[in-house]
Design a protein around this ligand. Structure first.
Ligand code: NAD
Length: 329
């Protein structure tokens, strides 16, 4: 099949080329959106990532151009209008799980860095400053951690927390009996957030979860708690989170995702004037740590993404049942 692959960097090209099962691949650096969809003329499938836009308008052009399959090389599919794709008879496939440990470990990396301030210590020591002033952290042992969403990544994260001796509380619309049996305490969102020292988000972005962390829910947090989001930026109302940081209701914030990340993440703007005032405000806090959607970015995850992506394409090419098709809810 002829496949147009959008939002690609050197690492995408390297892994997708290595695991290609015989398809004709064209790599575009550009993201797929209303402006770039014209590039899809003559392709059988498109392969996209987290910040590409596949709305109704884009899908109609894809359909006109003869594209027959939308291939997500990620788990989340909030950027695709799945219902509109179904109406046009264009199946959408994704990589539902690829090394959930990669994202879970990154969530823990954010926690450890924010807590023990290793990023500041690194810079201090390089400048000959061996002072410990203001570097104090807290033990994770015995701390209450609230895990919102205990799917693949949430579970992997709970396993890591167990190793640190944390008290694990979770909220999920479908609590997992095995996790409950292993010592995770499920409760309502309110019960789970109450008194938690750390809150980590691992649920998908949907209408029901959009901005679930807002002025109202932030009031349920323990004062000075840490919030970690490695899931999707839209889970958080950024304006409300900035206000909570300003008056100390939130003590720490670790983000690997950001609602407006499509205009910034994965690009080098170090010599430009960044126009997004909200991210600049966030960066200015001493207790905020932002990474640019790199939770997935391990060798193991890239290998699994490439392998499953081509398995999905091969299933479609062989007209067999699509094991990873995104169904209209
Ligand atoms: P998953 O589908 O295995 O698990 C999601 C869990 O969230 C499920 O248990 C589900 O029941 C639960 N859930 C759904 N609605 C909920 C709600 N309203 N409140 C609480 N829980 C709810 O997904 P996953 O593989 O664990 O991935 C979770 C999210 O992580 C993805 O949706 C994606 O947005 C994000 N992600 C981020 C990266 C990254 O690089 N930072 C990489 C992969 C995935």
């Amino acid at each position: 099949m002829r496949i147009a692959i959008f939002s690609t960097y050197t690492y995408d090209e390297a892994y997708l080329s290595r695991f290609n099962t015989g398809h004709e691949l064209t790599f575009f650096v550009l993201p797929l959106n209303e402006q770039t969809v014209t590039l899809t003329q003559g392709y059988d499938a498109i392969c996209i990532f987290v910040n590409d836009t596949v709305n109704k308008e884009v899908l109609e052009v894809l359909h006109k151009n003869g594209v027959r399959l939308v291939v997500l090389r990620c788990a989340g599919f909030n950027n695709v209008d799945v219902a509109a794709a179904a109406q046009l008879n264009i199946p959408v496939v994704r990589v539902p799980a690829y090394s959930p440990e990669a994202v879970a470990e990154h969530a823990m990396a954010l926690i450890l860095t924010l807590n023990r301030k290793t990023h500041k210590a690194y810079n201090r020591v390089r400048e000959g400053n061996f002072s410990l002033e203001k570097l104090i952290g807290f033990n994770l042992h015995e701390r209450k951690v609230a895990v919102i969403g205990t799917g693949n990544i949430g579970k992997a994260f709970c396993n890591i927390l167990r190793g640190f001796g944390c008290r694990i509380y979770a909220y999920d619309i479908y609590p997992d009996p095995e996790m409950a049996a292993s010592g995770v305490t499920y409760g309502s969102l309110e019960e789970t957030l109450a008194d938690a020292d750390i809150v980590s988000l691992h649920c998908p972005l949907m209408d029901s979860t959009h901005q679930m962390i807002n002025a109202e829910t932030l009031q349920l947090f323990k004062k000075g708690a840490m919030l970690i989001n490695t899931s999707r930026g839209g889970l958080i109302n950024t304006v409300d989170v900035i206000a909570a940081l300003k008056h100390g209701q939130l003590g720490y914030l670790g983000l690997d995702v950001y609602e407006q990340e499509g205009k910034l993440f994965f690009q080098d703007y170090s010599e430009d004037v960044i126009q997004d005032d909200m991210i600049l405000r966030l960066i200015s806090f001493p207790n905020v740590l932002i990474t640019s959607h790199q939770g997935f970015f391990t060798q193991e995850a890239m290998e699994q993404i490439a392998t499953i992506t081509f398995r999905n394409i091969d299933e479609f090419a062989s007209s067999i049942e699509l094991s990873n098709q995104v169904k209209v809810s």
